[in-house]
Design a protein around this ligand. Sequence first.
Ligand code: NAD
Length: 268
Amino acid sequence: MSERLIRIHVVGARGRMGRALIREVMGSEDLTLTGAIDRSGGPGQGKDAGLIAGMPEAGVAIDDKLSPKAGSVVVDFSLPQATDINISRCVGAGVPLVLGTTGLSDASLAHLEEAATQIPVVFAANYSAGVTMLIHLASVAARALGPEWQSELFELHHKHKRDAPSGTALRVAAAVAGATERDETSFVYERASKDQPRSAKEIGIMALRGGDSVGEHTLMFLGEGERLELTHRARDRAIFAKGALRAARWVADREPGLYDMFDVLGFA
Ligand code: NAD
């Protein structure tokens, strides 16, 4: 058990990620829930955050205004419209921010960079420790194995997912490309229309869709007489909440700066 409890404010508390965060905070021994914030007027306003998340009472009501106290950490997985005001409130209170919301505007990203000169901020498109590690290993392996090995990547997601390939697949492919002096012009998404063997510089990316898979990514390095595969399988959204709270523990005592999950895992 850690020496002190870290106080966590969850923004987007009624959402899928917000509820997963509340469950993880309540299930931990070193974190305590001190704020649960969601937009005003929605269902559950004023209700106990623990009950909303399917847990016992937390003694914290869902509020519509973030007012973090010094010594706490704000974990925001809500919507881009909420980001600017919450950044300003964290700066005003001098508390660290762990931001998971995706789809931020360029103006909000600039605001975040400015805020990070005054408070510590962790911002990551994917808080899974396993995915972060996969991207890191992709880069290390591609660099070490060299151009004689071909890289091919496939990903599998549930039948409702609209975008293909996944953002994570593109980041894994970008890590391979960046480590081997290539860029996204090497990415090949289909071969049916081509009547030719693959070129040496290609990185093949294939998207499979069906069922209820939260997300699987396999990167293959194909050599002469051997093959290396790196696979990550996500089973539930709790992995993002666990990663974000790992970031919250890590950032609680940091100097101001803009950090990501590579910093949190210690290999930036
Ligand atoms: P969701 O729609 O289930 O929840 C969003 C919540 O934010 C809702 O409860 C909504 O009422 C609330 N909200 C809206 N406006 C608000 C405001 N002004 N102030 C406070 N709360 C507000 O969505 P979700 O699946 O929980 O995802 C939330 C965000 O997290 C999305 O941007 C998603 O892309 C992102 N996400 C990031 C990661 C990652 O690893 N970085 C992982 C999963 C999801």
